[in-house]
Design a protein around this ligand. Sequence first.
Ligand code: SAH
Length: 267
Amino acid sequence: MKGRAGKVYFVGAGPGDPKLITVKGAELLAQADVIIYDRLVNLELLNYGKKEAHRIYCGKTPNYPSISQEEINEIIVEHALEGKAVVRLKGGDPTVFGRVGEEASFCLEHGISYEIVPGITSGIAAPTYAGIPLTHREFSSSFAVVTGQKRKDHDPKGDEIRWEGLAKAVDTLVFYMGVKNLPYIRENLLLHGRDQNTPVALVRWGTYDHQETLVGKLHNIVELVEARNFQSPAIIVVGEVVSLREKLAWFEEEGNQEILLKEAMTS
Ligand code: SAH
């Protein structure tokens, strides 16, 4: 039976800390009939949904055969066509390396209306929680978000990242999905003129209680990552602003853990 088509809400879940979702996003979650969520969404957010809401995991695990984008598109549309209010919950912000363009186009093709609710992207939130502001009057007047992934279907002779501009003209570079390709990122930045003493930070599981940060320089960061076996998911920040962490770090500091503990004991 086909009744009135439902609606799809693409909602940014924020970077991890479940309180970093927007009020709008949380309200939509609370009203959803179906919640379709990704791998990097904090599972605690699913508790914001109705008990009877249908929760569907659509995560793609790197290097494992998993659900395809086409299948995800189908699942979203199938439920909307049943008249359901569908929340498509995406890590961080839906428009930043989130494939929302493809999913929204598929909805359009099937006559399904949608809304896109922004979220706090991990590329801003993880550095913030590590005490690294992406801009600073003395150190940086621009930042760029960049993919650290090489496309499998891409012609190896070409490279869609325009390294020369990034290396020379942008003060702070923020790489997503880049841990595995860090040697390639470093090589390209050095090759295109970035100073080898530029500070670099990796922030993994940003805004989660178990957030970890590793700091080095462009010339030694690959070795540090290997020595520490520092794994994804992580954001890589390249630029002078990284040096501010020494002064501004707050979240991973012991004091903060103490405050959290006190809060947990009194609530
Ligand atoms: N739409 C998401 C990004 C999806 S791409 C956003 O706006 O944040 C997936 C990549 O995001 C990961 O490989 C990692 O680089 C980054 N990422 C997502 N969550 C993260 C977190 N909590 N801490 C550090 N990096 C994270």
